[in-house]
Design a protein around this ligand. Sequence first.
Ligand code: TYD
Ligand code: MG
Length: 451
Amino acid sequence: MKNKTVYVCTECGYESAKWMGKCPACESWSTLTEEIQVKTAAKSGVLSKGKAVPVKLSDVSVDDYERTKCNIGELDRVLGGGIVKGSLILVGGDPGIGKSTLLLQLAKFLDKSVSVFYISGEESEKQLKMRADRISVKNELFTVLSETDINVALSYVEKNEPDILIVDSIQTMYNPEISSAPGSVAQVRDITLSLMRLCKDTKTAVFIVGHVTKDGAIAGPKVLEHMVDCVLYFEGEKNQTYRVLRAVKNRFGSTNEIGVFEMTDEGLAEVKNPSLMMLSGRPENAPGSAVCCSVSGTRPVLSEIQALVCSSNFGMPRRMATGTDYNRVNLIIAVLEKRVGFNMQNQDAYVNVVGGIKLDEPAADLAIAAAVASSFKNRAIDMNTAVIGEIGLTGELRGVSQLEKRLYEVEKLGFSRCIIPEANEKSVKKMKTLQVITAKNVAEALALILI
Ligand code: TYD
Ligand code: MG
């Protein structure tokens, strides 16, 4: 059989017989790379052959998936209640963020009857042992293998029949039958297919570690994300100690769930109350700090938003947003200029979400506006007041979802007042200690909170 050269887009997996500067499928530039495809007869029929039988939808039983509990509460939450047997889970994140540590730690907390097989293409068995000792992993059924040839690794896996297989990382594994380099589109795709076949046939749950590229996507083509059942991202600032595990795709549970961890010398520790952590170290009565409550999945999290507004040295004022959407910040500043009458054309504005949680929810609008206004006017916001609300272009406050949940969290953390949109008034239940105040628009809200 003759080998064929094809050009594959690293972004979307598009294949072409000739090189092109621009990928016709996803329109990105210079992403087509050369791959040699080896034709083997065995490649046809990806999933188990001949086993599927059509059934009536009404006959399908909807018993819940068989799950293995990780006994790490935050990980179970993100997975939707445990590891589903026979599922393929991709864990992505920057190098050094703690992916290997998290998966090693799994072995520590899993029930003693669950066997784990860990294939590392990055570290030797010795290194793994040292690391496991440090986080005191003592699971008897934990097997490690340092190997990069996927065929060799899988032959051991077949012999061991583990309940859980961990492949660290997909970019270091290779199939010698394919001549392109490890980490290339062809390799990544082929290995994922082999792993997919394995988990559908044997009910082994497979975790794949994937590195991410500079712009934050998992290296290798998008096809990788399409093929797996769950995509989890492990995020966090390098120089901070907390880490957030986020589900961006989950066929067995809700996406947007987050799990929060803190790094320690003995590995990752769960953070049961993220709000408390996000608000620790908040300055007292300092201008430019506001607290809002966002909801990620099912969980409300309080976070502090800080803003610094100062006069600009250039004709074009600088605007910067960390942890929240830059365009949203610009829009909110425009609303403050036009609807509240702030003159900010010659003011630089920097907005930062403390604690590193990404806020992409409109319910945080009012807190951004409050922080900016507070810094601009140099007037602090009352320490015990939280603000919730989306801002419309006419300066009106729009209602937010799941208000009740947010208010309970605000109350739980000891706040005495919360400003909410008037549109939400009806959904307010009687709170024990929290005073809930409604406002129609941004100007009204600001008048209530700036001291
Ligand atoms: P590692 O798990 O190797 O990151 P990744 O697999 O994502 O590249 O973690 C990087 C380093 O951080 C490693 O030297 C161990 C250290 N570390 C801790 O000491 N404590 C922790 O809780 C974590 C997560 C990592
Ligand atoms: Mg690693």
